[in-house]
Structure formats: structure tokens, C-alpha cells
Design a protein around this ligand. Structure first.
Ligand code: UD1
Ligand code: CA
Length: 458
């Protein structure tokens, strides 16, 4: 749909989220590793590339910092006096942008989909709505705003706290999803009519509905039936419900595209990750960030990966922990390997159990199979790193580089004190502490010579 510049989106995200019982603002709580607010923005951006505005308040600096790459307009609601107050605070900015319509969404509705929003907007425009909102029909209306209808027409939304069966009749099962379409010119004069005369002592955006209906505006509630992807998240329990929903949807989606996921119920994949058809995930397994798993990769169980690229033919064995790393084709990693940020493995390289790498490149066919730390190192092709090798990269103040040229062989339990380089085809004797560069094709032994003495009688 072609939405002109006369429509914008406003995300209400200033609240504290008291019911999360956490010091983190609610909208920064993550779902599969992505802050809820970013998920909402991602759903809106394809429709409103220029016009997504956020109302921020509680810990606004932290929220702003977290979503700084999203290029959204920010409006500050210094005191959070309710969703109606949030809208009122943003109004001058929306007007200054020359918008005719605005889509308002709660920032705690993380599973919103672009397609659904597009459908909603289209429907509202066609129906020439002045004010429209999405509703859901639930068995239990819980803490959501209840939709009151008279002869099928929306009359009001009553917040759970303010609902009184004696006054308002049998409890409706239709609730407000917190996604609104406003024709600004129609609604503007109602904003001043919002009051705090309710149990929460807040200005409610939802009061616009009764005000609009009373004034004869075209107010529409579009019932989406039972659709849990439109539920707001207020509590940790609701967060894990929404997270589970998205998790299952993502895993099912990749299986349908040809990934073999053997333990789908225990596999968690970020919405930004990509699995090529023909990869195999044995699970339990967590794949976060913008990870990319190529065809022919096998991930065994209990693997945690964030922002990793794993190329074709590589096998990651169980209990490996991988972050901001690139693993080339036909490599073997783990079991129990740890690749920290900046780790790179070229084709056919091997990293085995209890090996940690950080800001290190391991060349083609090179191997570090056991109990090793490789930090700030550049390692050529065909290198063998013996068990227990440590690059001593930190002198207490600064980090230093280690270079190991192609064909070198590092004996077991060697300490390479950086900055240091080991030349091509050089051999370092087991147990050596190497503090000086080793020339190519040479043998370096840096340890006390062995003495065999007669044993004292016991
Ligand atoms: C709101 C609706 C309710 C609806 C539900 C759907 C109101 C009064 N009620 O209730 O009818 O069923 O969403 O999920 O709107 N916020 C601000 N500034 C504020 C207060 C809140 O920006 O001063 C933001 C919050 O950060 C949040 C959103 O508005 O993202 C909704 O606020 P919340 O307190 O979660 O409203 P609910 O009680 O869930
Ligand atoms: Ca909410």
C-alpha cells in the first residue's frame, strides 16, 4: 500500500512498566534477544519509513540509546500521566509534521505484524473512520480495556479498574488491543476533554472512544477475534507467553523452508537470524542476533550463538558458546568451545574442547584442539596449536598481538608472551615460555633442561 506522507505512526513507550517488577523500562525487555520496542518499530518502518515517532519518558536516555539505530522521532513525556496524556504531549509534533492521520500503537505489543497494520489502515481509510481501534475477543478480558457496544456500535472502552458490572452490565469479552487509527482533524478537539476522573487518576487515550461516539464521529472497533499476537505485555508471565508464540512461529517458518530442526520445542531463533535450507539443528539450541547458518551446517545440542556466521559443511559440537564470530566452511568447533567477539576460523579449521578464542583469526586447516586460549592472535594456515597453549596477550595494562605464521607447530603447554611472532614452519617445544620472536624454520625451546638425579631413599 502506498501511504502518503500524510500519515505517521506514534508509539507510546514512556511508561515504567511497574508490573514487570524490574528496573529496566518495560519496552526494553527482550523477546528472543530483541527489545520489544525494536520489534514494534520493525513492524512499523516498512509502512512509515519517515514517520515513526516514539513517546519516551521513564529512563528515556537508556531507551533512546538502545534504539539509536532505528532513526525515529522522539517526543519526551516528562511526567507519565497516562496514554491520553502521552498522545496530547505528542500532538504539536504530529501537527507540525503536517500529518492528516496517525496510527497510535502501544509500545508493549511486540508481535505486531506489518501486514496486519497495513490491512487495518486500509480498512480505516476505506470506511472513512474518524477514530478506529483493533479489538480482540478473549475468554478472560483480564486487565485489558473492555469494549462496550450499543446495538453493535462501539460506545466506550472501560478500563478493567473502572469497570463495574452493576453500572455497565455483563462483562464483555471484547477488549481493546491498543492500536488506534486517528483522523487528526476529527479528534483534535476531543483531546482537551480528557480528564483524570478514573480509578488510576490518569488521562486515558481510550476515553476518546466514548467522547468520539457521543459527538457523532465515525468510531469503529475492528474485532480480530482471538489473536494472541495482538496482546500487550505487562507482566513477566505475559512476556514469556508472547516470546513462546514468536519462538514457535519462527522455528516453524524455518522448518517449512527446509531447515531440519530436530528438537523444535527447545530451539530459540532470533527474528533477525537466517537459516538456510539444508542446515541441521539438533537442539536444545539458541541462535540470536543476525546469525546466519548455512546449508549443510550441523549444530549439535546445547549451543548458544549470537551474531555468528557459520558457513557450509561446518559442524558445531555440543555445549559451544559463540558470539560475534565467523566460522568458515568445513570447520569443526567444540564440544565445549568458546568463540568470543572477533573470532574467525578459515576453511577446514578445527577448534576443540575448552578452547577459547577472542579477536583471533585461525587460518585454513589450522587446529587448536584442546584446552587453549588464543586472544588477539593472527594464525596462518596449517598451524598446529598444542594442548594447553596460551597467548599471554595482556600485561596488566595493554593487550598485545601474537602472530603465528603458516606451518608452525606449537608444542603443548606453551606460553606465547605477546607481542611476539612465530615464523613460518617454526617449532616451539612443549612447555616453553616464548618471550622473543622465533625465526622461520627454527626450533625454539625455552624451558629449564631436565635433570635426572638419583632418588633419595624414602
Ligand atoms: C492499555 C489500554 C487498554 C488496552 C491495553 C492493550 C489505556 C488507558 N488502556 O492498557 O484499554 O486494553 O492497553 O494492551 O490506554 N504509556 C505512555 N505514557 C503514559 C502511560 C503509558 O507512553 O503516561 C505507554 C506505555 O509505555 C505502554 C503503553 O503506553 O507502552 C500502554 O500503557 P499500559 O500502562 O501498558 O496500558 P494498559 O494498562 O496495558
Ligand atoms: Ca499494556
Amino acid at each position: 500500500m502506498n501511504i502518503n506522507n500524510n500519515m505517521g505512526a506514534l508509539v507510546l513507550a514512556a511508561g515504567k512498566g511497574t508490573r514487570m517488577h524490574s528496573s529496566l523500562p518495560k519496552v526494553l525487555h527482550t523477546i528472543l534477544g530483541v527489545p520489544m520496542l525494536s520489534l514494534v518499530i520493525n513492524a512499523l518502518k516498512p509502512i512509515f519509513p519517515q514517520h515513526v515517532r516514539l513517546v519516551l519518558g521513564h529512563q528515556s536516555d537508556l531507551v533512546r540509546e538502545t534504539i539509536k539505530d532505528n532513526d525515529c522521532g522522539i517526543i519526551l513525556q516528562a511526567e507519565q500521566l497516562g496514554t491520553g496524556h502521552a498522545l496530547r504531549t505528542a500532538w504539536p509534533d504530529l501537527k507540525a509534521a503536517g500529518l492528516e492521520y496517525v496510527l497510535v500503537v502501544n509500545g508493549d505489543t511486540p508481535l505486531l505484524k506489518t501486514e496486519r497494520l497495513t490491512w487495518f489502515i486500509k480498512h480505516c481509510l476505506q470506511a472513512e473512520a474518524d477514530l478506529a481501534f483493533m479489538t480482540l475477543t478473549l475468554d478472560d478480558p483480564a486487565s485489558f480495556g473492555r469494549v462496550l457496544r450499543v446495538k453493535g456500535k462501539v460506545a466506550a472502552v472501560l478500563e478493567a479498574k473502572d469497570y463495574d458490572a452493576v453500572l455497565h452490565g455483563p462483562e464483555p469479552k471484547e477488549i481493546n488491543a491498543g492500536i488506534y487509527f486517528l483522523r487528526m482533524q476529527s479528534v483534535e478537539y476531543l483531546l482537551d476533554k480528557l480528564t483524570r476522573a478514573n480509578k488510576s487518576n490518569e488521562y486515558y487515550i481510550t476515553d476518546l472512544i466514548a467522547l468520539g461516539a457521543e459527538s457523532g464521529l465515525n468510531v469503529i472497533g475492528l474485532d480480530q477475534g482471538r489473536d494472541d499476537t495482538l496482546l500487550g505485555v505487562n507482566t513477566p508471565h505475559e512476556l514469556s507467553r508472547s516470546e513462546e508464540l514468536l519462538r514457535s512461529e519462527i522455528v516453524t517458518g524455518w522448518m517449512q523452508k527446509g531447515a531440519l530442526i530436530r528438537n523444535p520445542y527447545a530451539t530459540r531463533i532470533s527474528p533477525a537470524a537466517v537459516l538456510e535450507p539444508g542446515c541441521e539443528i539438533c537442539g536444545p539450541c539458541e541462535i540470536y542476533g543476525a546469525s546466519r547458518i548455512a546449508s549443510g551446517v550441523v549444530m549439535e545440542s546445547h549451543i548458544w550463538a549470537n551474531n555468528v556466521r557459520i558457513d557450509s559443511g561446518t559442524r558445531v559440537r555440543a555445549f559451544s558458546h559463540l558470539e560475534d564470530a565467523h566460522i568458515g566452511p568445513n570447520c569443526t568447533v567444540g564440544p565445549f568451545a568458546r568463540l568470543r567477539p572477533g573470532s574467525e576460523m578459515a576453511e577446514n579449521a578445527h577448534v576443540g574442547n575448552f578452547v577459547e578464542m577472542k579477536k583471533t583469526r585461525l587460518g585454513v586447516g589450522s587446529k587448536a584442539n584442546h584446552l587453549t586460549y588464543l586472544g588477539d592472535a593472527e594464525i596462518g594456515a596449517g598451524v598446529n596449536i598444542g594442548a594447553g597453549t596460551i597467548t599471554c596477550n595482556y600485561d596488566g595494562k595493554h593487550k598485545h598481538q601474537t602472530r603465528i605464521e603458516s606451518g608452525a607447530f606449537i608444542g603443548s603447554n606453551a606460553s606465547l608472551v605477546a607481542p611476539v611472532s612465530i615464523g613460518e614452519n617454526a617449532l616451539v617445544g612443549a612447555g616453553s615460555v616464548i618471550t622473543k620472536d622465533v625465526p622461520p624454520e627454527s626450533l625454539a625451546i625455552a624451558r629449564e633442561k631436565q635433570k635426572n638425579l638419583p632418588r633419595r631413599p624414602a
